[in-house]
Design a protein around this ligand. Structure first.
Ligand SMILES: Cc1cc2nc3c(=O)[nH]c(=O)nc-3n(C[C@H](O)[C@H](O)[C@H](O)COP(=O)(O)OP(=O)(O)OC[C@H]3O[C@@H](n4cnc5c(N)ncnc54)[C@H](O)[C@@H]3O)c2cc1C
Length: 353
């Protein structure tokens, strides 16, 4: 690979969170010749699942968290990212209204907190707690079975968000344990990508999106990779080509087999009708937390484990439930005989009932 200079031609394949984030960081570091390719016309689809963007990143919302059990480096990265998300939340509100409407005029990160409940604390929860204590961050979490912590949580405004757990404990599950993590929340993923692509464009990043012109087919190679050829046969020479194609990456870079494998979870999105204002208020992130039942790898294989209920997304009224219990893979045989799990096109099933 030739040495990359500030004006080197850089191609990024994929406009998901990794592609856009790579573009943004390169552009912020004064690399001036960046082009992002994608098989989807992601900007027209507004990075939105319900408009046909079948990518991992184009989701209505995602969990943002800093508690990663023993993985302290993830915790540190999350707190670094938090500063950027908070800056973006502020920057959006400083934009002229017409400009902000192009992608979103709403916040990107909502620090609504996560309420983790279970019959027992898994080792991950204990390790996360220890890490927070070591770092002096213990004030950011509240244990449900400690009256002093409960008092502190209520004083910090988390009272309504603990109701669901306290009701369960006082009625059906007396042995229930739980913790409220105020250092977590939800990211409105599609809106985040819309904003990130807007920032990329403002820094001169070019996009070739959608159909054959945006779809990577093969590399231009001699002794080294010299660029890419897209589905419609056009050659794009570059000094550096970076594959950010998420679960498709293993097809484009077969060496990733065994490292990068596609796996699908069960996701259910329902819409609260506009007429049910009461439900929208009840499940609003102002009153309802991100709810995690039996979370953490050691707990999610239990019955109904790994269940996440997201608060209502406003103004649309979407609520999302993810169950991380069963993972689905899609092994495909590659030319070299390897059979990694690759991304499969999804068929969206929309119901109006
Ligand atoms: C159901 C689900 C829930 C998740 N929840 C969370 C969560 O709550 N919190 C969290 O932090 N993470 C979560 N993740 C993980 C996170 O979403 C992914 O790690 C992340 O979005 C991956 O981003 P990416 O850019 O690598 O891939 P993608 O978003 O899949 O982007 C890859 C892009 O490459 C493009 N592409 C593919 N092939 C080609 C080609 N041949 N030519 C051109 N373009 C191509 C695709 O069209 C796509 O736009 C979740 C993942 C899933 C699936």
């Amino acid at each position: 690979m030739s040495t990359v200079k500030k004006d080197s031609k850089i191609i990024l394949v994929g406009s998901g969170v990794f592609g856009l984030s790579t573009a943004l960081h390169l552009a912020s570091n004064e690399y001036t010749n960046i082009t992002v390719f994608d098989r989807l016309d992601s900007e027209t689809q507004r990075f939105t699942l319900l408009k046909g963007a079948d990518t991992a990143s184009a989701d209505i919302n995602k969990v943002f968290r800093a508690q990663y059990a023993e993985k302290k480096h993830y915790q540190d990265l999350a707190f670094q990212a938090l500063e950027i998300w908070q800056k973006w939340n502020r920057d959006i509100h400083l934009l002229p209204e017409e400009e902000s409407k192009k992608f979103t005029s709403l916040q990107l990160l909502d620090m609504c907190g996560t309420l983790k409940i279970d019959y027992i604390f898994g080792w991950e929860e204990k390790a996360s707690k220890e890490n927070y204590i070591k770092e002096g961050l213990e004030a950011l979490r509240y244990d449900l079975d400690d009256p002093a912590e409960l008092k502190r949580a209520k004083a910090a405004g988390y009272g309504p968000k603990l109701e669901v757990a306290l009701q369960l404990k006082n009625s059906r599950i007396p042995q229930l344990v739980g913790a409220s993590d105020s250092s977590s929340g939800i990211l409105y993923a599609s809106r985040c990508l819309q904003y990130a692509s807007c920032l990329c464009r403002s820094m001169g990043v070019k996009f070739i999106l959608g159909g054959c012109k945006g779809t990577f087919k093969e590399y231009i190679c001699d002794s080294d990779i010299k660029g890419i050829i897209t589905e419609h046969g056009k050659k794009h020479f570059s000094d550096l080509a970076v594959i950010n194609s998420g679960p498709w990456s293993t097809k484009l870079v077969p060496e990733l087999s065994g490292i990068n494998e596609a796996a699908a979870d069960n996701v259910l999105i329902c819409k609260i009708p506009d007429s049910r204002r009461d439900l929208k208020v009840k499940y609003s992130s102002k009153n309802f937390p991100m709810l995690a039942w039996k979370s953490g790898h050691s707990r999610e294989h239990e019955r109904l484990g790994g269940l996440f209920l997201f608060p209502c997304m406003e103004p649309e009224g979407y609520m999302k439930i993810v169950i991380r219990q069963t993972k689905y893979t899609n092994p495909e045989v590659l030319e070299d005989g390897r059979f990694p799990s690759l991304k499969r096109q999804i068929a969206l099933r929309l119901s109006t009932t």
